[in-house]
Design a protein around this ligand. Structure first.
Ligand SMILES: NC(=O)c1ccc[n+]([C@@H]2O[C@H](COP(=O)([O-])OP(=O)(O)OC[C@H]3O[C@@H](n4cnc5c(N)ncnc54)[C@H](OP(=O)(O)O)[C@@H]3O)[C@@H](O)[C@H]2O)c1
Length: 280
């Protein structure tokens, strides 16, 4: 059966990354829906769309991703991240569609000392994380054929992300102080897009929660330092470490995800984050 994939939130960072690699998957067909074409928070529109259009897989790249702003815009964050996910889960059950939904390392509280596995209890410490966890729970409650893929610290040449912000600042010769306090894994969103398409191509998979990030770990300072070296060919001192950079939303101090499960299931070997950055 031909696989017909609908990507929601298609103008965001991940949506653009999926679009960017589709040429490598001529056996798959793709439809890209931005917020104007399909508002995932509107159940009636969602059901109408999937009633009218044939689809075998949904990649839900629609989300509210402003971690600090979410503290003031709780309702909007939950509307998009919980209700939007729930609406797609309802459609996926009614129309027998596989749902691939993206979640985050920020569902964890950051108190761990070793990589978080899929069975570690989630305990978000900010509104964004809580809204994403609520979306996961809605899908798990309603959904049947679903993959929830938690990832971390996404960057790419598209949209708004840490890599592009740091690169721009360095090019404008602005000095920056970057926190050494939080540890996680930068993940090239193109690699995540490839993993999603690997999942779609895999038959007989176990549905449920998976983690995927590039390999290794870093602080935001390490990541910014590597971006400076990539942008200028060497370090010129624009990036400097600071212990704690105050932000509106609390962030987990440690949010490294274990890739053990996905490595076995998809038979993949995640790229070290430094190599993924160099390749960008
Ligand atoms: N970025 C990260 O560092 C990171 C880390 C871990 C996990 N994740 C997860 O990875 C996924 C992809 O993130 P991303 O970086 O690609 O996010 P993004 O760039 O913010 O993209 C999200 C897209 O969703 C759209 N959207 C918002 N409300 C919508 C609605 N009601 N209906 C349809 N589309 C809507 C946004 O449109 P507007 O911009 O016009 O509102 C935007 O185009 C998200 O689930 C995110 O939670 C991201």
């Amino acid at each position: 059966m031909e696989k017909k994939i609908v990507v929601t939130g298609a103008e965001g960072q991940l949506g653009c990354c999926v679009k960017n690699i589709t040429k490598e998957y001529p056996n798959l067909s793709f439809t890209y829906l931005n917020k104007q074409l399909l508002d995932v928070t509107d159940l009636e529109s969602v059901l109408e769309y999937f009633d009218d259009n044939e689809c075998t897989h949904i990649i839900n790249a629609a989300a509210y991703t402003y971690v600090d702003l979410a503290e003031e815009n709780q309702e909007k964050a939950f509307l998009i991240n919980e209700q939007g996910a729930k609406n797609l889960a309802i459609a996926s059950v009614i129309f027998d569609i596989e749902l691939l939904h993206i979640s985050t390392d920020y569902v964890f509280d950051g108190n761990a000392f070793e990589p978080y596995t899929e069975s570690t209890l989630a305990n978000p410490i900010n509104i964004y994380g809580a809204s994403k966890l609520a979306g996961e729970k809605a899908i798990a409650e309603i959904g049947e054929k679903y993959i929830i893929l938690r990832t971390s610290w996404l960057y790419s040449p598209f949209g708004h992300n840490f890599y592009l912000s740091i690169k721009k600042a360095i090019e404008e010769k602005k000095g920056l102080k970057i926190t050494t306090e939080q540890i996680g894994t930068p993940t090239n969103a193109i690699n995540l897009a490839k993993v999603l398409l690997e999942f779609i191509q895999k038959e007989d998979k176990d549905y449920g929660i998976y983690h995927y990030s590039d390999a290794g770990q870093a602080t935001w300072y390490d990541f910014a330092y590597a971006i400076e070296c990539k942008t200028l060919g060497k370090n010129k001192g624009y990036i400097n470490p600071i212990d704690n950079y105050p932000t509106k939303a609390k962030r987990p101090l440690y949010s490294v995800l274990s890739n053990d499960k996905i490595k076995k299931v998809l038979d993949i070997n995640p790229q070290p984050w430094q190599d993924a950055l160099k390749e960008l």
